[in-house]
Ligand binder design. Structure first.
Ligand SMILES: NC(=O)c1ccc[n+]([C@@H]2O[C@H](COP(=O)([O-])OP(=O)(O)OC[C@H]3O[C@@H](n4cnc5c(N)ncnc54)[C@H](OP(=O)(O)O)[C@@H]3O)[C@@H](O)[C@H]2O)c1
Length: 291
């Protein structure tokens, strides 16, 4: 069985990969600040720490799901963003080359400017934030690995890995009868983390390399997503007030007309984009199971 090292297995996408890939691969996962059973501690910005983990695990594939993901924090802390989203990716690519391992790098639709999304793999990146720029440079650094697979995704949610995502937070707020203000001009493709893990599994089994978009089927605004959440989970949609992004005075600009098209994935490994209703049903099942 092939061995995979999942860096960032305590996060949302890394956690989903731990669940989905376990049947086909031998997995070793890492955490940084949120210790979890059976995960190794790793700071991927520490070259010695990274080298020693790579040496002891000797994976044939490394899934890099660690990054500085807070878009506004990146904008106000550009050096930290560069260190994690660019420099550490270079170090991982360097270590992969030493043992001929394939690097799977998770990227984002924030590499685009959001003038005319949704985007295909052929569209030219033009980031408008520090997060987007460092993630795009991270892609370029990931390509320094001899064997690489880059997954672009966006607006990720799920249940059971990390409950700070927009969908789970919106469910909680609406359940608590909180009024929420949500952007009506920020469009993306909401994507279930488990769908990303399913895509990575199929791409690895098919020995694919290159760039693939992996996303949900619909492109919609945040406020449309909040309304769909209210309808599906039978919550009060009247608590949702649509607002313009500019009203929030956020540190970082967002690609307003973002979102992705994942036809290449469907054509090459037969996995169609997941409809939002399917993703919500899967979340509902997990929530019910959790009581
Ligand atoms: N979430 C989205 O909507 C979205 C959209 C597009 C692309 N992406 C990309 O997908 C990837 C994963 O995102 P996610 O949402 O799963 O993120 P997440 O839930 O915030 O997880 C981030 C992971 O990085 C780990 N980490 C943080 N600092 C680290 C360090 N110094 N060394 C090693 N690991 C460290 C965290 O470990 P601890 O928690 O243990 O500290 C956690 O496991 C990122 O590359 C992100 O840019 C995410």
């Amino acid at each position: 069985m092939e061995k995979i090292l999942i860096i960032g297995a305590s996060g949302q996408i890394g956690g989903a990969c731990m669940n989905v890939l376990a049947a086909d691969f031998k997995l070793v996962g890492t955490y940084f600040s949120h210790a979890k059973e059976n995960l190794l501690k790793l700071d991927f910005t520490d070259k010695e720490n990274l080298e020693s983990v790579m040496k002891s695990v000797k994976p044939s594939v490394v899934i890099l799901a660690s990054a500085l993901t807070n878009v506004d924090y990146c904008e106000t802390h550009p050096l930290e963003a560069k260190k994690m989203n660019e420099d550490a990716v270079s170090s991982v690519a360097f270590e992969c080359n030493k043992i001929n391992a394939k690097l799977v790098y998770i990227s984002t639709d924030y590499v685009f400017d959001g003038q005319d999304g949704p985007y295909t793999e052929e569209d030219i990146p033009s980031p408008i934030s520090i997060y987007g720029r460092t993630k795009y440079n991270g892609e370029l650094n990931a390509k320094k690995a001899g064997k690489w697979l880059i997954i672009r995704t966006g607006n990720v949610f799920d249940y059971g890995f990390d409950e700070k995502n927009f969908v789970v937070r919106t469910i909680e707020r609406l359940k608590n009868n909180e009024q929420i203000k949500v952007q009506s001009d920020l469009f993306a493709s909401p994507t279930l983390a488990t769908h990303i893990a399913n895509a990575i599994r199929l791409l690895l089994l098919a020995k694919k390399s290159g760039l693939y978009n992996v996303c949900g089927q619909e492109v919609m605004s945040r406020s449309q997503l909040a309304t769909q959440i209210a309808v599906f989970f039978k919550l009060n949609a009247k608590l949702i007030t649509p607002i313009k992004s500019s009203e929030l005075n956020l540190a970082a600009s967002r690609p307003l007309r973002g979102g992705l098209i994942s036809k290449k994935l469907e054509l090459e490994v037969g996995l169609p984009a997941m409809p939002l209703q399917t993703a919500f049903s899967l979340i509902q099942k997990k929530m019910d199971k959790n009581g």
